[in-house]
Design a binder for this molecule. Structure first.
Ligand code: ATP
Length: 226
């Protein structure tokens, strides 16, 4: 049975910095799945990857200026207020508690991030809190080849795939939908490297975020990955 509860998108990421790869996925997923809102949740200290280059405050500020003017997009600063390591499961619990039972949460991830889901803290619990909407990402084959998923994750997901966004209204959590999105081969890594090399990042990220980076001298003294 279909519920009339609104779908809320939760887009977690380091956003170091936010770019058009993120924004286009957010826009297309929100449209395809008729999301009521899309919450961008910049990660505090990620547990599974190297520390972000820009501070939490700067990464949130770049998201704020980048999403300005889109009434469906919201900056959610809960991981910034929380000290220490960021766990998506805690953020989702918090959002669920705040918004109540009358909404359906949908966590948005790129295919690369979803492949590593079984490494996340309390990852199986996530299926009791939200649906997943996955966006294709150049170089990541998940969309055409689910066999590429690690065994444990593949088994957990086996009965959860749905082929259309309408199915997400038929359960409060636990389903997985692969959304059709425009493939954009843009990453924050490439953007940071271009800034450090003194190269243009115009048309890869919104102008307002470029202005913020320039005004705050972000990434320019950064000497690369590793
Ligand atoms: P970095 O290059 O620093 O690893 P990133 O560009 O992957 O960063 P994140 O903030 O780590 O950006 O990504 C947040 C989420 O957005 C992840 O789920 C990631 O898979 C997804 N994502 C990022 N860029 C794209 C893209 N170009 N297309 C589809 N999904 C993307």
């Amino acid at each position: 049975m279909k519920s009339e509860f609104p779908l809320i998108g939760i887009f977690g990421g380091t956003f170091d910095p936010i770019h058009y790869g993120h924004l286009r996925v957010a826009e297309e997923v929100a449209e395809t799945a008729s999301l009521k809102e899309m919450r961008f949740v910049p990660a505090g200290i990620p547990r599974l990857r190297r520390a972000p280059v820009a501070s939490l405050q700067d990464r949130a500020a770049m998201v704020r200026v980048a999403i300005r003017g889109n009434s469906r997009f919201i900056l959610d600063e809960r991981e910034i207020r929380r000290h220490g390591v960021s766990y998506s499961v805690e953020s989702l619990r918090g959002i669920k508690q705040e918004l109540g039972e009358c909404v359906i949460l949908c966590f948005i991830t790129g295919a690369d991030a979803f492949m590593k889901l079984a490494e996340w803290h309390s990852w199986r619990e996530l299926f009791g809190l939200c649906h997943f909407i996955i966006a294709a990402r150049p170089g990541h084959s998940l969309i055409t080849n689910r066999d590429a998923l690690p065994r444990e994750l593949k088994e957990e997901c086996a009965q959860r795939w749905v082929s259309g966004p309408d199915s997400l209204k038929c359960a409060s959590s636990g389903l997985i939908f692969v959304a059709p999105t425009t493939l954009l081969d843009i990453s924050a890594t490439i953007i940071r490297a271009r800034i450090t090399a003194g190269k243009s990042i115009r048309y890869l990220i919104p102008d307002a975020a470029i202005d913020y980076i320039a005004a705050n001298h972000l990434y320019s003294r950064y000497t690369g990955e590793g």
